[in-house]
Ligand binder design. Structure first.
Ligand SMILES: CS(=O)(=O)c1ccc(C(=O)Nc2cccc(-c3cn4ccnc4c(Nc4ccc(C(=O)N5CCOCC5)cc4)n3)c2)cc1
Length: 285
């Protein structure tokens, strides 16, 4: 066959996929935790940038689809979203590299600091408002989280709280986690339309946000206590909602109740929640 006589485009080889991180620029440090998805370690990127590196165990996620989505996720930038720096996808396991949050998950932080946080309603409300701001940004970009909960938010210095792993749930392969009948499905954070039809939307994120507010004001209690998933589904479908936490102002509980309206359209948007919560915050403090 005749050699290709087309000129080589000037950009050939220069296409630095900016969401692709060179593992040689990453120095892996101590383990931060692990789960069925693999291990998370602290890392230094380009010598000085603190990162968290999620090393995704093979078979836990549909990697090619995730890598494609990573291009979009790196563009989602907000002070209350854990920034995705990029991925190392040229080897297995793939690495998901994000900004580092030094105090770990919001859930563990609430439980560890219950004695100091419990009485500080202003701080608890501020944490809720920070999560709401991150979620309002995702809502504005028509981006659905699908697994909003205190365990999926992270705490940094000066009580900064950020939303993590937005959209990641779509790529988890474990159908115990993805199907609403599965043992790992987050039933206690799901509204009726997700339980019945797996219909996710920003309004199903708002329902989950109401449960996150309850987690914050109970300093990390398990919603519905030790009730079995089937019992929770039955209650949610009958319109029974979580009770008001002890040290929670009724104005704050009123916001949670709105998030738990049976019909998605009756729930506020995150944009509206942000306004309501700042009025409540000014009124109470
Ligand atoms: C449902 S799923 O899609 O399969 C899924 C499941 C799990 C995950 C996931 O990322 N999990 C996970 C597990 C462990 C650490 C992370 C994890 C992710 N991060 C992203 C940014 N920063 C962090 C971070 N920071 C931590 C964690 C723990 C400590 C710590 O040791 N502390 C003790 C002393 O006091 C301070 C805190 C410190 C910083 N931990 C994330 C993501 C997706």
């Amino acid at each position: 066959t005749s050699p290709c006589d087309r000129p080589v485009p000037a950009t050939a080889g220069l296409s630095h996929d900016k969401w692709e991180i060179d593992p040689a620029e990453l120095m892996l440090l101590e383990e931060l935790g692990s789960g069925q998805f693999g291990v998370v370690r602290r890392g230094k990127w380009r010598g000085s940038i603190d990162t968290a590196v999620k090393m995704m165990k093979e078979g836990t996620m549909s990697e090619d689809d995730f890598i494609e989505e990573a291009k979009v996720m790196t563009k989602l930038q907000h002070q209350n979203l854990v920034q995705l720096y990029g991925v190392c996808s040229k080897h297995r396991p793939i690495y998901i590299v994000t900004e580092y949050m030094r105090h770990g998950s919001l859930l563990n932080y609430l439980r560890r600091h219950e004695n100091t946080l419990g009485g500080n309603v202003g701080l608890l409300l501020d944490m809720c408002i920070q999560v709401c701001k991150g979620m309002a940004y995702l809502e504005r970009h028509n981006y659905i989280h699908r697994d909003l909960a205190a365990r999926n938010c992270l705490v940094g210095s000066e009580n900064v709280v950020k939303v993590a792993d937005f959209g990641l749930a779509r790529y988890v392969l474990d159908d115990q986690y993805t199907s609403s009948g599965g043992t790992k499905f987050p039933i206690k954070w799901a509204p009726p339309e997700v339980l019945n039809y797996t219909r996710f939307s920003s309004k199903s994120d708002v329902w989950a946000y109401g449960v996150l507010m309850w987690e914050v004001f109970t300093c990390g209690k398990m919603p519905y206590g030790r009730l079995k998933n089937t019992e929770v589904v039955e209650r949610v479908q009958r319109g029974i909602i979580l009770e008001k936490p002890k040290n929670c102002f009724k104005e704050v509980y009123e916001v949670m109740r709105q998030c738990w309206s049976q019909f998605p359209d009756d729930r506020p948007s995150f944009r509206n929640l942000k306004e309501q919560l700042s009025v409540v915050s000014q009124g109470l403090l």
